[in-house]
Design a protein. Structure first.
Length: 506
C-alpha cells in the first residue's frame, strides 16, 4: 500500500494520542499577546482554523503564504496550518530589511504575508494581496477562522512543495529552496531517530524556526508528543532559566549559542540546570573542540553534531558519542565529536576529485524555486553539490574543511559575500572590495570587508552606516580594513583564499 507522507501526519498523531498534553508554551515576553500554553487538541484546532482562514482568503492548494516572525507559537502552528492543507509556507528571516523581504515575497509569489508586530513596518512596503500583523491590532481573526471546518486537501501528495526557504548562496540574491512533504517527513523522522526523541522530551527552540524549518524539530517533536518551549531571543542566562523552569531535555543551536550559554554558566549561581539531562545538537559551523569539551564538562550536557544545509532539509551527517568512545577522556571524545559525522540513515555522502562534499538522499531539495538552471547545476550527476570542501577520514567520518562557495556563516546565519560586496561598492568612495569571513570566537566567522577606497578620506564608520541602511544588521561588516590593492588572477578574478590565509593560519 502506498500512503502519502505529509506533514499533517505529525499533528494528527499528536492530537489523536496526546490531546490533553501541553504541546507548546509560547514565549511570555513578546509584543503580541502570547498564546500561553496550548494542548495538542488546541494546537490542532488552531491549525484547522488557520487553514479555514486561508480558504476564506481564497488561497488555493499550492498557494504561498509568507510569515516574517521571530519564534512564536503562531509560527510553529503555521507549519501545520499552512502546509498541512497543501499550501506552501515561506518562513522568512525576520532580520532581513524591507527590500530583502520584498524580493522574497515577490519571487515566491506569496499572496498572504503575516508579520510579527516587531516587523510590522515591512508590511507597508509590500505589494501583496493580503497582509496582516500576527496577533496585533485586530487580534487573531485574520489568522484563525474558528468554528468553520477547512476544505479538505483532497489529493495529498508527498511530492508537493511544503515550504520554500530562502537561503543566501553564491548569488547576490537569495534562492528559494523548495522542500517537499516527503523531504520534511523523512528528515524529521530520521533526525528524531538519531537524537532519540520521545514523548518525554521538552524541546527548547533555541534555533530560529524560519531557518530550514527549525531543522525539522517542529515536526518530529510534535509527532512523538513532546513539548515545545518557544524562545524568542537568544540570551545565555535566559536559556539556562528556561532549562531549569521547564525541564528542557533537548535543543538545537549554532556554535554561537553554545558560547552564549557557556558565558552565562560562568556567572550562574548553583548547579547548572539540565546537567546529565540535556542534549544539544549543533551545526552551522565547525564548533571548536574546546567548546565541545566545555559543553560536556562545564554544563554536563550531551553534545551531538550534525552537518547539513537548507537544501538538504537539513540532515546529512550526525556525530553522536558511540559506545566505543565510552572510556575516552573528555578531550579525546571532544576531538572525535568535532567532526561533522557519519551519514544519517538513508543518506549517501562522498567527495569529488576536488574535495567538494556531495550528498544524495530523500532530504535533498526538489529544486530552487523558478530557477531550473541553478537546480540542474546543484544536482548534477544525481548528487547535491554542497559547496563545502571536506574529506572522509579513516574512521568514515566526514570532516568539513572549507567552503568553496562564497558564503560567510556568522552567528549561524548565512551571509552572501557577493551581496555585501554589492552594497559596499555602491558607495561612491569605494574602488574595490572583497568581503570575507574571518574566524571569531563569538560569531564563528566575522563579516570582514577589505576595501580599496579613493582619496576622499572614507572612514570605517561611514561605510558601516552605509551598509546598515541597506542590509540586515547580521550581514553588515563587523570589521573594515582599508588596503592598497586586492590580489587578482590573470583573468581578473579575486583570489579570496589569499585574503583569508593570514586570518585562518593555525
Ligand atoms: P544553511 O543552509 O544556512 O543551513 O547553511 C549550510 C551551511 O552551513 C553548510 O553548507 C556548511 O557550510 C555549514 N555547516 C552546517 N553544518 C556544519 C558543520 N557541522 N560543520 C561545518 N559547517 C557546517
Amino acid at each position: 500500500m502506498f500512503y502519502p507522507l505529509t506533514v499533517r501526519d505529525f499533528l494528527d498523531r499528536a492530537e489523536q494520542v496526546y490531546p490533553d498534553r501541553v504541546a507548546v508554551v509560547d514565549e511570555p515576553d513578546q509584543p503580541a499577546p502570547g498564546l500561553g500554553s496550548l494542548t495538542y487538541r488546541d494546537m490542532a484546532a488552531l491549525a484547522r482554523a488557520q487553514a479555514a482562514r486561508l480558504d476564506r482568503l481564497g488561497v488555493p492548494v499550492g498557494g504561498r503564504v509568507a510569515i516574517v516572525s521571530q519564534n512564536s507559537a503562531r509560527l510553529l502552528t503555521s507549519f501545520f496550518g499552512v502546509s498541512g492543507w497543501g499550501r506552501v509556507l515561506v518562513p522568512v528571516n525576520f532580520r532581513l530589511t524591507p527590500p530583502e523581504i520584498d524580493y522574497i515575497v515577490r519571487h515566491s509569489g506569496a499572496s498572504v504575508v503575516y508579520a510579527d508586530p516587531a516587523c510590522a513596518g515591512v508590511l507597508d512596503t509590500l505589494h501583496v494581496k493580503h497582509k496582516f500583523v500576527l496577533g496585533g491590532g485586530t487580534g487573531d481573526e485574520e489568522l484563525y477562522l474558528h468554528d468553520t471546518a477547512p476544505e479538505p486537501w483532497t489529493a495529498p501528495d508527498e511530492g508537493a512543495t511544503a515550504s520554500i526557504n530562502y537561503t543566501s548562496g553564491t548569488t547576490a540574491r537569495p534562492k528559494g529552496v523548495q522542500l517537499t512533504h516527503r523531504n520534511l517527513w523523512l528528515n524529521a523522522t530520521v533526525f528524531g531517530l538519531h537524537t532519540t526523541i520521545s514523548d518525554r522530551d521538552v524541546y527548547l527552540h533555541t534555533l530560529p524556526m524560519f531557518h530550514a524549518n527549525g531543522w525539522g524539530m517542529p515536526f518530529g517533536v510534535t509527532g512523538v508528543g513532546g513539548r515545545h518551549i518557544v524562545l524568542r531571543q537568544i540570551d545565555g542566562a535566559e536559556i539556562l532559566r528556561r532549562v531549569r523552569d521547564h525541564g528542557v531535555t533537548l535543543m538545537c543551536a549554532a556554535p554561537a549559542v553554545l558560547n552564549a550559554v557557556l558565558d552565562a554558566a560562568a556567572d550562574w549561581d548553583g548547579g547548572i540546570p539540565g546537567r546529565d539531562r540535556v542534549r544539544i545538537v549543533c551545526a552551522g559551523a565547525p564548533p571548536p573542540t574546546r567548546t565541545i569539551e566545555r559543553v560536556m564538562g562545564e554544563l554536563g550536557w550531551e553534545f551531538i553534531q550534525i552537518y547539513g544545509l537548507t537544501e538538504t532539509s537539513p540532515l546529512v551527517t550526525v556525530n553522536r558519542s558511540r559506545a566505543e568512545w565510552d572510556d575516552l577522556s573528555g578531550s579525546e571524545r571532544a576531538r572525535k565529536l568535532g567532526r561533522a559525522g557519519v551519514p544519517a540513515l538513508g543518506v549517501r555522502v562522498t567527495t569529488d576529485a576536488e574535495g567538494e562534499v556531495l550528498t544524495a538522499s530523500n532530504h535533498n531539495l526538489d529544486g530552487y524555486w523558478e530557477q531550473p538552471e541553478e537546480t540542474a547545476e546543484a544536482q548534477e550527476g544525481g548528487w547535491f553539490h554542497t559547496g563545502d570542501g571536506g574529506h572522509v577520514d579513516d574512521e568514515g567520518y566526514l570532516v568539513i574543511s572549507d567552503r568553496k562557495k562564497d558564503v560567510i556563516i556568522s552567528g549561524g546565519e548565512n551571509v552572501s559575500s557577493i551581496e555585501v560586496e554589492d552594497v559596499i561598492t555602491s558607495h561612491p568612495a569605494v574602488r574595490e572590495v572583497a568581503v570575507i569571513g574571518i574566524p571569531d570566537e563569538k560569531w564563528g566567522e566575522l563579516v570582514t570587508a577589505l576595501v580599496v577606497a579613493d582619496a576622499s578620506g572614507l572612514t570605517a564608520e561611514e561605510l558601516t552606516a552605509h551598509c546598515r541602511s541597506r542590509l540586515a544588521g547580521f550581514k553588515c561588516p563587523k570589521r573594515v580594513d582599508f588596503v592598497e590593492s586586492l590580489p587578482r588572477t590573470a583573468t581578473g578574478k579575486l583570489q579570496k583564499f589569499k585574503l583569508r590565509e593570514p586570518f585562518w593560519n593555525g
